[in-house]
Every structure is written in structure tokens, then in C-alpha cells.
Design a protein around this ligand. Structure first.
Ligand code: SAM
Ligand code: SF4
Length: 577
């Protein structure tokens, strides 16, 4: 908490010319995220070779995708916090039937300066007049070949002439520049670099050459990628006086112009020269997950939070926690190519990358049958306490708040009064909670697994022979939380509204720190569920790593906090500060 505060102070002092920006959208490196990309759909009418497999991707069931009003609610919230540019992408955003309505509504958001769309151009000529009328400011159109047969080979569909028509329509309607996204692949379209560049002579286009990036299912390899430097060299051979243009602080493209040409060229160098340092982008997937980095596989479901009836403040806490965990930059090209990520079509748009975030793994939590909605709360007090949804006593020296005082006094009350699971004769008895009122109760527990350097490295890099230890352990913990009453004899069976398990990888200690959070709406609390989840997660990490080393120690299984019952508890220790 204290170090977070320090970061904030430094940002303000360094940049006092700029108005304060939302703390929720500012990460620990001072990057302000004022650009949001929203994927409107996972569907597409093309099957570009570099983006998705021929058979398409497994689509998320409709009910799990963001509805129109959910898209607009999230957009409003982000704009309220300082986002001033929204790009709609996909899949193919222009096949979503309500795209016009969405743009019309976005236009009404005060503070939103720019609405952009990235499209494959197939439906553009037909829709553009209305889209423009609705308030669309910028258009990026994907086009990977100027040779119709090759175009159709790359996108595995017909449509070259329609796309060209769309580009012409955009120029005709005054978009300037119209940006053309061209993914350059060796042996496929690299021979067209000069033809694409020549297009900018007479037309107000910005042709952006994109380094081919790896995503699940696109069979990426180094040899297929043509680097920025190589592309530039080839174009310079034909136009030696190519001029580099000044870039804006958060521009992703390195832009150039041939003197006298109407348009310009851009290079998106996500692979050979990342631009993470100035990254100002956030992404929302069509199923409502917030991704703070294109390549990070850490996601948080804003859809679930929304559907659980959370307030704006609660949503912001969760968004802030995710932004707070954003890494400084992605790993090198090799690591990115090795990591697991969604296929491009299931993410949003195109931008720089961050390697698989080793520190936090979050995922959807299976819903307990019969329980209402759950929300995927991301809780990692150690990493980001500013966004912690439960209250902690911040400092040992500070005057403690009421709940902390209460928890301390609870600990010193008569021991006899605390032994609720025994009857007058001292025999085991299950407490009758029938007379209590149901309330919303949350408990957080944690555990530490010290692995040693070799097992830690293998787990961190997802190289363990048994498979993805963190994902397996996470599921084990979630499932265990649901089994608590069958494992602990006097525990009540509870309907869990929500369980989450997150990880912090401590590189210094070679340890995995597990945080389990459980929530119920019931008559008794979920501390045993949270402790069970943390313990079983820890045991599963052990099991996944024991082939590498038996020198694994599980320690510090403890309750961190418990709220919503008669007596709240917040652990007050140096570690949690
Ligand atoms: N369907 C729309 C389109 O094609 O423009 C929007 C979505 S598409 C995923 C967004 C952008 O990502 C496109 O410009 C596409 O060229 C780019 N893209 C997709 N896969 C890529 C990859 N493997 N490497 C580089 N760029 C990629
Ligand atoms: Fe569809 Fe765009 Fe992906 Fe091509 S790049 S398959 S058009 S989403």
C-alpha cells in the first residue's frame, strides 16, 4: 500500500502539467490507460490464416457474451474514468447487428473523443454512410494482398473487390488517413511491400505493415515473420528519401512518408521492438473479460461482476486491481511464441504484447449449481492492496479502525465462549444456525508453497512434465471449497456464490503464494471453505511438482479476513501490509 502511494506521488510530481488521471486506470509504472478496445463479437466472415483456423474458433455461447447494454455500461464507466478513445473490433465488428446503435450511444458519452473501428472491410461500403452519421471517427481496414487470388487464399474467403470498395468509400466520405492493416508474412505477401507503399502516392492512406505475431492456432514461426528493419530496408531501396515522421507519445506505429506522397506508411513492430513502455491500452473481450495486455493470459471477467449486480465502485476496484498488476513489458519474441494465449480472434484488435503474466493467474470459477451469479473477484492483497475489496488495518502504528479493534478483542474473549462445536459435556456438536439471518459473507485465506529454484522455474514457465500446475491447482482449490462440509465433520454445507483462487509467484523466495476467496449468502461464514481451497491448492501444487523435488514446504495456511458475519476478522500482520 505504501509503495503504491509512493508511485502515485512520483507520477504527480513528474507530470504536473497534466491533470490528475484515474488511479484505477493508471498502472504501477505510471501508464495511463485512456484507450479501450472492445471486441464486439468473436464471429468473423473471413478465416485469415494468421488469425484463426480454417474451421473457425469455438464460439462462446451467446448468453455469455456482453449484451448491448453491458457493452455500453462498461464503456460509460471507462470513459467516466478518463478513456477518451474506444476502438471496436472483433472478430469482425461490422457483422454485429447492433453496431450502429452502439456507436450512436457511444457518441453521447461526454469525454469520449474518438470512436474507431478495425474491420476486414467486407461490409464497409454498405454500412459506412450510416456509421459515419452515427459518429465513427477512424477506420482501420485489413488488407493483406493486392492480388485478388492471393487475398482470397489468405483470408480463405471471397471478397477482395468488396474490401477495395470499402476502402474507396472511406476515402470518398472524407476519412483521412484511412488506415490499411497489412500483416506481412514471408513467402506469402512480402513481395507486395512496394506495391502497398505505392498506394500511398495518390491516396490518403496510411498503410501499416504489421509484424506477424504468434497466437494459438496460427502456426507462427520465426521464419514467417518479416521484421520491421527488413521491411524498411526494402522500401528504402526504392525510396531512399523516405522520411520518418514524429510519433505521438502513445503511438504504436513508427510512421514514414515518401516526400510528395499523399499518404504515409506505418510499421507495427510488436515482435521486434515492443512499445510496452508507452502502452495506454486495455481490452475487453466479447465475453466480457478485461485483458490488460494483448499477450498476457491474465483476465478478469467484468461480465460476471456486472451480472452479480456490482456497483460502479466495485467494478472499478476490480478494474483497478487488474490494471495494477500490469507488467512493465512483455518478454522477448521467443517467450511470446511459446506461451499460451487466446487465438487472436478471441482477443481484441492489435497491439503490443506482454508475456504470460507469471505473477497472477485468474480464471473463471465454475458456478455452484443452484447458486445465483458469482463474480470473479481478483484479490491479491500483497500485490495491490489499494484495490483490495476488504478493509485491512494498514499500519501497525496507525490508529486501528473499529473492525480491527473488534477483531483483537474477539481474540481475547473467553476461550470457552469460542468453542462453539462442543456441547455442555464437551462432545462434538454441530452449531444450529437456523436462527441466524442470511447475510453476504466473504472469507479470504492464503497458503505458501516453497518450491526451490528448479521446481519454481519449471512451474513459472509452465514446463512441468505433468502439465499446467497453476491451472490444475486452481481448479482443485475451487472444487475443494465446494466439498468442505464433506471433509470437515462439523462444517455446514453452504451454497457458495463464488470462489476464486489466485497466485502470486515470489521469485525471490521461489515460492507460490496462494490466495483463496469464498463468498456465500448464508447463515454462517465461509472461512473453512477458503482455508480448504487454499490448502488443497497448495497440496495440488505439491503434487504437480513432486516429480522434480520433494523438498517442497507448505507453510502459512491462514485466514486473512472474514467479513459479513457477527464478528469480522482482519489479520493484522507485517506480511499483509
Ligand atoms: N476483423 C477485423 C479485421 O480483420 O480488421 C478486426 C479484428 S482483427 C483480429 C484486428 C487486426 O489484428 C487485424 O488488422 C489483423 O490483421 C490483425 N491480426 C490478426 N492476427 C494477427 C497476427 N497473427 N499477427 C499480426 N496481426 C494480426
Ligand atoms: Fe476475421 Fe479479422 Fe481475424 Fe481476419 S483478422 S479472421 S478478418 S477477425
Amino acid at each position: 500500500y505504501t509503495s503504491w502511494l509512493k508511485v502515485k506521488v512520483i507520477v504527480v510530481l513528474r507530470d504536473d502539467s497534466i491533470l490528475p488521471f484515474s488511479a484505477f486506470l493508471t498502472d504501477n509504472f505510471g501508464r495511463r490507460h485512456n484507450y479501450l478496445r472492445i471486441s464486439l463479437t468473436e464471429k468473423c466472415n473471413f478465416r485469415c490464416q494468421y488469425c484463426m483456423p480454417e474451421e473457425g474458433v469455438k464460439l462462446t455461447p451467446r448468453g455469455q457474451l456482453l449484451s448491448t447494454s453491458e457493452v455500453l455500461t462498461l464503456a460509460r464507466l471507462f470513459v467516466q474514468e478518463g478513456v477518451d478513445k474506444i476502438r471496436l473490433t472483433g472478430g469482425e465488428p461490422l457483422i454485429r447487428p447492433d453496431v450502429l446503435h452502439i456507436i450512436t450511444q457511444l457518441r453521447k458519452l461526454e469525454g469520449l473523443k474518438t470512436i474507431a473501428v478495425t474491420t476486414n472491410g467486407m461490409n464497409l461500403a454498405r454500412l459506412l454512410p450510416n456509421l459515419k452519421e452515427a459518429g465513427l471517427d477512424l477506420i482501420n481496414i485489413s488488407l493483406d494482398s493486392l492480388v485478388p487470388a492471393k487475398f482470397e487464399f489468405i483470408v480463405r474467403r471471397k471478397g477482395f473487390h468488396k474490401v477495395m470498395e470499402g476502402i474507396e468509400k472511406a476515402i470518398e466520405l472524407g476519412y483521412s488517413p484511412v488506415k490499411i492493416n497489412c500483416v506481412v508474412m514471408r513467402g506469402l505477401n512480402e513481395d507486395e511491400l512496394l506495391d502497398f507503399a505505392a498506394l500511398t502516392e495518390k491516396k490518403p492512406l496510411e498503410v501499416r505493415f504489421i509484424e506477424y505475431m504468434p497466437f494459438d492456432g496460427n502456426k507462427w514461426n520465426f521464419k514467417k515473420m518479416v521484421s520491421y528493419q527488413e521491411m524498411l530496408d526494402r522500401i528504402r531501396q526504392k525510396w531512399p528519401d523516405l522520411e520518418m515522421l514524429q510519433a505521438g507519445q502513445t503511438d504504436t506505429a513508427k510512421t514514414f512518408k515518401v516526400p510528395g506522397f499523399k499518404g504515409q506508411l506505418g510499421f507495427i513492430t510488436s515482435m521486434s521492438d515492443h512499445f510496452c513502455g508507452s502502452c495506454n491500452r486495455l481490452r475487453i473481450t466479447a465475453d466480457g473479460n478485461l485483458k490488460v495486455c494483448l499477450f498476457g493470459n491474465s483476465e478478469v471477467s467484468l461480465r460476471d461482476v456486472l451480472r452479480s449486480g456490482a456497483s460502479d465502485e466495485e467494478l472499478l476496484q476490480i478494474i483497478g486491481a487488474a490494471v495494477g498488476r500490469k507488467k512493465k513489458q512483455h518478454a522477448g519474441m521467443f517467450s511470446i511464441s511459446q506461451m499460451k494465449n487466446r487465438p487472436m480472434i478471441l482477443i481484441v484488435g492489435l497491439r503490443n504484447a506482454q508475456a504470460r503474466s507469471p505473477n497472477v493467474l485468474t480464471s473463471h470459477v465454475p458456478r455452484t449449481p443452484g447458486a445465483p451469479v458469482f463474480c470473479t473477484l481478483l484479490i491479491d492483497a500483497k500485490i495491490n492492496q489499494r484495490n483490495h475489496p476488504v478493509r485491512f488495518c494498514h499500519s501497525q502504528n496507525s490508529s486501528k479502525d473499529a473492525s480491527c479493534k473488534e477483531s483483537e478483542s474477539n481474540q481475547t474473549t473467553d476461550l470457552k465462549a469460542q468453542l462453539t462445536h462442543t456441547d455442555a459435556q464437551g462432545r462434538a456438536a454441530m452449531v444450529d444456525v437456523g436462527g441466524k439471518l442470511p447475510t453476504c459473507r466473504t472469507a479470504i485465506a492464503c497458503a505458501t508453497v516453497s518450491l526451490g529454484p528448479t521446481a519454481f522455474r519449471l512451474l513459472r514457465d509452465n514446463q512441468l512434465a505433468k502439465g499446467d500446475a497453476l491451472t490444475v491447482a486452481q481448479l482443485a482449490g475451487i472444487m475443494a471449497s465446494k466439498q468442505t462440509s464433506t471433509l470437515i465433520p462439523l462444517c455446514h454445507p453452504l451454497p457458495l456464490d463464488h470462489t476464486s483462487v489466485t497466485f502470486h509467484l515470489d521469485e525471490l523466495l521461489n515460492a507460490v503464494i496462494i490466495t483463496a476467496t469464498c463468498r456465500t449468502t448464508g447463515r454462517t461464514g465461509v472461512e473453512m471453505e477458503a482455508l480448504t481451497a487454499a490448502s488443497v491448492t497448495a497440496l495440488t501444487v505439491y503434487d504437480m511438482c513432486k516429480a522434480v523435488s520433494h523438498d517442497i514446504i507448505i507453510t502459512d495456511i491462514k485466514l486473512v479476513s472474514k467479513t459479513g458475519g457477527k464478528k469480522d476478522f482482519h489479520r493484522h500482520s507485517k506480511q499483509e501490509e
